[in-house]
Design a protein around this ligand. Structure first.
Ligand code: ATP
Ligand code: MG
Length: 361
């Protein structure tokens, strides 16, 4: 944070290791922040609390390249708001769901093909599967071969289980191709700490950290929010038995999200106009998204472990098999989600009935 006579600001350096084309990231951010700010103003909201405001630069790009080639950007500081790193209560997670639902609805009439993919094929599950399979077949570091020599090694078992998910995880990509899941603007990092909640007026929330914003299906954001937020044991849980999807948290997020993103048509039915709100085919598939996103991440962690931790580099002090452990946690979580899929589906159906009844009163 920096302070000057003209106010307080957040100055950020763009991570060029992760984002190979910073100009494209900044194009996305400038376009999306401007659009949201205008939408907030038009709908009677408070832009100082609900919209990130990127400071412009003299050349009009919104970013500055210093002498060593680093990219910088600056936002107005959002006063009086807080981010949460852990979920203190389901109510907070419901707020986070609301914030991402609102983010989605505010961007529903934005043309998604005008944005770049920050990380190409980020949630392209068939591509993620192909990369995983390649890592298995190459077994570059020999870890799989070593595991295969032992009885019932968790790596061997996980690899077989994940290889068997090829068809299941295609659901998102197939739905996009067939038009069931319209391409929208997604955030692509829907963690709780990317939502700033105003402490005086908690209905005023702002989504931050827009580096990864880009075109994808709303199901990817929803699924990843459930994946990252409902496992109370965390991504490096010591004991796999502690890993599960907390249904109370699932319900809280889903309710908050749908309160904002689900809009009924004039007959009181689920919408079929993607610019008005989530459409029927999206809502009906929602309960399947968390498991797919969780399997995807499991493949990425275990694939990276097989490749020698090239992408998710262990931090100093972290064990060399950290990505195997993380991958097993995600696989365990995905199993738990499979067991709860019916319950998730029923909750969403009941929620829709509740909303319909409320509307008829
Ligand atoms: N405009 C802002 N006003 C006030 N605080 C902000 C603003 N933008 C970011 N912050 C604070 O800085 C923290 C990190 O911001 P941001 O998520 O953009 O960075 P990051 O490096 O991507 O972080 P992470 O990797 O943890 O997600 C936020 O959690 C928030 O507390
Ligand atoms: Mg962040």
């Amino acid at each position: 944070m920096i302070e000057s006579d003209s106010g307080r600001f957040i100055l950020q350096k763009i991570n060029k290791n992760v984002f190979k084309k910073p100009e494209e990231i900044m194009h996305n951010i400038k376009a999306v922040t401007t659009f949201i700010e205008n939408k907030v103003i038009k709908t009677g909201g408070d832009p100082s609390k609900e919209a990130l405001h990127l400071k412009n630069t003299l050349d009009g790009t919104g970013f500055y390249i210093d002498d060593s080639g680093e990219y910088w950007r600056m936002y107005d500081y959002i006063e009086g708001a807080k981010t949460y790193n852990t979920i203190d209560s389901p109510e907070i997670f419901k707020k986070v769901g609301k914030a991402f639902g609102r983010f989605q609805i505010r961007l529903m009439d934005y043309k998604s093909n005008t944005l770049y993919e920050a990380i190409p094929d980020f949630h392209n599950t068939p591509k993620r599967y192909a990369d995983f399979k390649q890592a298995v077949l190459t077994d570059k570091t020999g870890k799989l071969e070593e595991a295969n020599r032992q009885n019932d090694h968790p790596l061997t078992k996980a690899v077989y289980r994940l290889l068997a998910c090829e068809n299941e995880i295609k659901m998102l990509e197939n739905g996009k191709k067939m038009g069931f899941f319209p391409i929208r603007i997604t955030h692509n990092d829907t963690k709780i700490n990317n939502v700033m909640i105003n402490q005086k007026d908690t209905d005023k929330m702002c989504i931050i950290d827009l580096d990864t914003v880009g075109p994808d299906t709303a199901l990817a954001d929803y699924g990843d929010a459930i994946r990252s937020g409902t496992n109370r044991a965390g991504e490096v849980a010591e004991n796999l038995e502690d890993v599960s999807m907390d249904m109370e948290l699932f319900k809280a997020y889903t309710e908050g999200y749908l309160d904002e993103a689900l809009v009924f048509d004039e007959n009181g039915d689920l919408n079929d106009n993607p610019q008005k709100g989530l459409i029927k085919s999206e809502v009906e598939a929602l309960h399947r998204a968390p498991r797919i996103l969780t399997l995807e991440l499991s493949m990425r962690f275990i694939g990276d472990y097989l490749n020698g931790n090239e992408y998710f580099k262990p931090k100093p002090g972290q064990p060399e098999d950290i990505n195997l452990r993380r991958g097993l946690v995600q696989l365990h979580l995905a199993d738990d989600m499979a067991n709860k899929e019916k319950e998730m589906e029923s909750f969403i159906k009941e929620y829709i009935e509740r909303r319909k009844n409320r509307q008829n009163i």
